[in-house]
Design a protein around this ligand. Sequence first.
Ligand code: MN
Length: 316
Amino acid sequence: MAMVASDISRSAARPTVAGRALATYKLIGVEPISGACGCEISGVDLRQPLAADMIAEIMTAFEHFAVIVFRDQDLTPEEHKAFSRYFGEIMELPQAPTYGDHRDMQEVRREADEPENVVPSFENFHTDSPFLLRPPKCIVMRALDVPRWGGDTAFSNAYLVYENLSDGLKQLLDGLEVVYSGADIWSKNEKLPPEKRLRLRESHDLTPDQLTSVHPAVRVHPITGRKALYVTTAYFKHFVGWSEAESRALLAYLQSLAQQLHYHCRVKWQKNTLIVWDNRFTLHRGVHDFKFERRHLVRTTVLGERPLGPTDLRAQ
Ligand code: MN
């Protein structure tokens, strides 16, 4: 069957990836990683202050692909922080171990002699710190030391998960809220056998109240209005007004959707790879498929807005 003229012009003019038409980039190279999310950006040296028009293109790629990857970025911690601030204000986290003397950086580290199952609860797709009133907007992570093979990070696009739901389930979720809490992670961690324990930060300034928040199950982008599923197992307690059993049943189904490969991209780290991922509209997980090798990543965390829901007047 012949294509109609409008189909031809649409496909020729605006290739579509990650659910949206590809923008035009003049200053940076942008190479999509998969059809679902993620791109590699070339032509940028992050050690330098960046010109406003280049920052604008990087932000366009960030909002579109939700995961942006830069290679060969040999940054000092101060350069790492300076680049992070283009995305917003750097925040401290109550639970993640800090990097050296930098209270405003965190590290993810597995030594060569540590077992591969050291972080069981984060082997599922998750978002970071949804229990905070203003969870992180994005994470800026750089590799210092990586295994020869394995130890990738995978991402799942929560916009696409939501957009592919039926209208009936969308409607149900649009009206739901979730209770997230990180208040019990320290006590739970202590009960695990030592080799299964998370490395947690030992002290922080937050009260127990500040470690529990209620957020919409569907999160709305504050500028574009695009909607994404904001339900994930880590720190999840229940849906507001639902029993725990009911909540867990729906949660299990929603979490299973995020596992589907057509929502994913996966990034292989190299030394000095830097990734910025949108922690509001993607889920992520490390892939712990390496043994007897060291993996050391350092990161900053950028403060996000209080999550907006579909019925939230704050979205207006
Ligand atoms: Mn994480």
